[in-house]
Design a protein around this ligand. Structure first.
Ligand code: SAH
Length: 230
């Protein structure tokens, strides 16, 4: 019964054969669990979300490989390990509100939506935003709200957020995003040179100020926009 199956991300496409089910399980085992992804819910969700549906059909056979993939307009969907790690680090609880900057394919937003119903995501490239929005709806992820805009400014109408995940590299943290974070909230961002590499950085807002943790070296496509391009 296809209509019913499509209405939920958990049931999406469950009736059609999944040619990549085994590849996805191998990814979970060898790329995630074998490294430092130990959160069982993160492992379960990464084993469930069909990453091959978020890339062009010509790249579907590479969707579970240990590297990023092009998604058009010079942008990339992150390596599965990085998606899992960022999700694990943010440690989203069911009642929490999450904002993602850089919707891209919509894959990371789909992963986040298995942790909470309250996911917002902003994409600066119009076509990517439209495609991601359409794709997410088609796969049953109707609750994720995607907007075309500059994520540097956040999404004030729905702030404050418990967690903000920036999936594009920036040389500084937008003060506007920090302002839209709840007390105790976490912001994760690849911070550093946007032409070379960055440090995945976690900032926690506390009454005593921002706590900063440097996690690991990463390479992301640059965050662009009105402020960052100047
Ligand atoms: N999270 C995505 C991959 C992100 S790639 C996924 O799961 O597929 C980084 C994305 O950030 C690109 O799509 C790029 O267009 C977008 N981006 C860059 N600068 C931005 C900005 N200022 N606001 C919103 N999105 C931005």
């Amino acid at each position: 019964m296809v209509a019913g199956a499509l209405s939920s991300p958990y049931g999406a496409f469950c009736e059609s054969p999944d040619p990549y089910a085994a590849a996805r399980q191998r990814m979970v085992l060898h790329q995630l669990n074998a490294r430092d992804i130990k959160d069982t819910k993160v492992l379960r969700v990464m084993g469930k979300v069909k990453r091959h549906l978020f890339v062009s059909p010509s790249l579907a056979s590479q969707a579970y490989s240990d590297h990023p993939l092009p998604i058009g307009e010079g942008q990339t969907i992150s390596q599965p390990y990085i998606v899992a790690l960022m999700t694990q680090v943010l440690d989203i609880k069911p009642e929490e509100k999450v904002l993602e900057i850089g919707t891209g394919s919509g894959y990371q937003a789909a992963v986040l939506s298995h942790f909470t119903d309250q996911v917002w995501s902003i994409e600066i490239r119009k076509e990517l935003a439209q495609n991601a929005s359409r794709r997410l709806k088609a796969f049953g992820y109707e609750k994720i709200r995607v907007k075309h805009g500059d994520g540097y400014f956040g999404w004030p109408e729905y702030a404050p957020f418990d967690a903000i995940m920036v999936t594009a590299a920036a040389n500084h943290v937008s003060p506007l995003l920090l302002g839209q974070l709840k007390m105790g909230g976490r912001l994760l961002i690849p911070l550093g040179s946007t032409t070379y590499y960055q440090t995945l950085t976690k900032i926690t807002k506390t009454p005593k100020g921002n706590e900063v943790e440097h996690l690991l070296g990463v390479v992301f496509v640059p965050m662009v926009g009105e402020i960052l391009d100047e």
